[in-house]
Ligand binder design. Structure first.
Ligand code: NOJ
Ligand code: CA
Length: 570
């Protein structure tokens, strides 16, 4: 089913301000050729599903040739497609078909690091110390009497030292190179003019093929202090930090914005994990990135006051449109997070969170309520594949099947991210649940829980009240109801544990009523009121003309705990 773009979008060129964007993790979405790994043929075949879901754009995780040291975030050729996923012709066809469905395409670009199989890195190894080829990366002699110690004390974000020593052409132990992630991901030196030129050219390569947006991986890490000083661990991100959020990174994004502006309607979104909203704001706005991911929202516990604060801080972020993100391929799935006694999340405490018990029924109920809260907020919204099915984090993957380098590099201390990357269930009653075609040669690359037979797209399409029905209905209302079109959100005074705000009124531009009670109906025109009950007791509902959508059954006119409703107020 083809659903046209929102008639109320501010202009076709700024579709990204309000878009619903589906994150498609290609190796786990749909397998077209039966090798157990998702691919572009599988994604193309499911474009009608995505159009019917009601999304405006797809963000593809990396699809380039890669040795897969980090599931494709180690790119050996930025201008092609990994044979496991398909060909460049498949990508061209996919972009064209998506556009015919009214769906934009965002791709992932990884500028912080390369692959140890990239031709530049191979050249650098061969060229030896002091060469121009090595200057595109961070090669340094080691410390210690014979260079046997790494050049500094930096640690890899995936565990272990951030340096690996190479063997020089003569067979002797040689220099070390920097990799903030796995050893297969050597960091680029952004002081090199070659690196700058190369990436601007890569952006043009994909924009010219019709790609509508670029998601920038690890966007705050690119620039390093060339003196490569030791870190104490106490430096906050910012100009004094040797590799996080340094000021010179902004000149890169100003140049990238100029490239994006050579084309119509293209956008840049940065993956920027920064606790300080003022520092984050520097990445967006005129002349720089169009948006950044909202990770404080994702990490926030299921708590009304904490969410209110994050929402307010997000909306105050420069004049960039907000993005709302509940999950992605790096974090635990939202159903599991909200089913734990501690509903917060942070990447560096995954082992702690995985040790907590999970109440899946409670987590699902809250995830439904969170979906409606999230989709009522002004800005763009990201849906990570499987979120619309209510999939949970698979925490019991057998150790020998785990693929995430985090698992190996922490010697099993951190289970890593495989549990959020398990292939999607499409149909049928047993694995591979239609992920691979009948008679496939290989099982899915990670095992699917047998309980997912109830969470397949087919099962949820048939069952009224499923998570999939909720997402479809919410995305549709969010797109077509004019109250959702503006940028204004008007909070209503509400009891502790209840979040209540209005969208719309006065042609979508907001209405008087800030500070008024959530039970109040006053104000000209109609609006949509979102009421989310995060408290432990049912609450009454304000007088309303209609319940547009609710995340769970209303109980005798009351809004039960962990439930959100969208009400038409007149
Ligand atoms: C962030 C990506 O989302 C993650 O999956 C990847 O491992 C790191 N950046 C390194 O590229
Ligand atoms: Ca495949």
């Amino acid at each position: 089913m083809h659903v046209p773009s929102a008639p109320s979008s501010p202009s076709p060129d700024s579709w990204w301000r309000t878009a619903a964007i589906y994150q498609l993790y290609v190796r786990s979405f749909a397998d077209g050729n039966g090798d157990g790994i998702g691919d572009l043929a599988g994604a193309r075949a499911q474009l009608p599903y995505l159009a019917g879901l009601g999304i405006d754009a797809i963000w593809f995780n990396p699809w380039y040739p890669s040795p897969m040291a980090d599931a494709g975030y180690d790119i050996s050729d930025y201008r092609s497609i990994d044979p496991v996923f398909g060909t460049l012709a498949d990508a061209d066809a996919l972009i064209g078909e998506a556009h015919a469905h009214g769906i934009k395409i965002i791709i992932d670009v990884v500028p912080n690091h390369s692959s140890d199989r990239h031709r530049w890195f191979i050249e650098a190894l061969a060229a030896g110390p002091g060469s121009a080829a090595r200057d595109r990366f961070w090669f340094r002699p080691g410390r210690g009497t014979s260079g046997e110690l790494p050049p500094n004390n930096w640690q890899s974000i995936f565990g272990g030292p951030a340096w690996t020593r190479v063997t020089e052409a003569d067979g002797a132990p040689g220099e070390w190179y920097l990799h903030l992630f796995a050893p297969g991901q050597p960091d680029y030196n952004w002081g090199s003019a070659d690196v700058r030129r190369e990436f601007e050219d890569v952006l043009r390569f994909w924009f010219s093929r019709g790609v509508d947006g670029i998601r920038i991986d690890s966007a705050a890490l690119l620039c390093k202090d060339a003196a490569l000083p030791d870190v104490s661990g106490a430096e906050p991100p910012g100009p004094a930090h040797p590799y996080t959020d340094r000021d010179d990174v902004h000149s890169i994004y100003r140049a990238w914005r100029a490239v994006a502006d050579e084309y119509d309607g293209r956008m840049l979104i940065g993956e920027v994990w920064l606790p300080d909203a003022t520092r984050l704001a520097r990445y967006v706005g005129p002349g720089e990135l169009h948006t950044v991911f909202n990770f404080p929202y994702l990490n926030c516990p299921w708590d009304a006051a904490a969410l209110r604060q994050v929402i307010d801080e997000t909306l105050a972020l420069a004049d960039a449109p907000a993005t709302w993100v509940l999950s992605n391929h790096d974090v635990d799935r939202v159903v599991s997070r909200y089913g734990r006694p501690d509903t917060a999340f942070s990447l560096d405490r995954r082992p702690y969170f995985h040790a907590l018990p999970v109440d899946l029924a409670l987590g699902t109920r809250r995830a439904r309520a969170a979906a409606l809260l999230t989709m009522a907020l002004p800005g763009s919204v990201y849906v990570y594949q499987g979120e619309e099915l209510g999939l949970w984090e698979v925490q019991d993957i057998p150790d020998e099947l785990r693929q995430d380098p985090i698992w190996a590099r922490t010697l099993g201390a951190d289970p890593g991210r495989d549990g959020s990357r398990v292939p999607l269930p499409w149909s049928g009653t047993e694995p591979p649940f239609g992920f691979s075609p009948a008679g496939a040669a290989a099982a899915p690359w990670l095992p699917q829980p047998k309980e997912w037979r109830d969470l397949t797209v087919a099962a949820e399409s048939a069952g009224y009240g499923s998570m999939l029905h909720l997402y479809r209905a919410a995305l549709r209302l969010r797109r077509f109801d004019p109250e959702f079109s503006g940028t204004a959100l008007t909070w209503r005074r509400s009891p502790a544990g209840v979040l209540a705000f209005d969208r719309g009124g006065e042609g979508g531009q907001g209405r008087p009523g800030a500070g008024q009670s959530w039970m109040d109906t006053a104000g000209p025109g109609s609006s949509v009121r979102c009421v989310a009950n995060l408290s432990a007791a049912p609450v009454g509902l304000p007088p309303h003309a209609a319940v547009l959508l609710a995340s769970g059954p209303l109980d005798g006119g009351l809004l039960p705990p962990d439930t959100t409703a969208w009400l038409r107020i007149e």
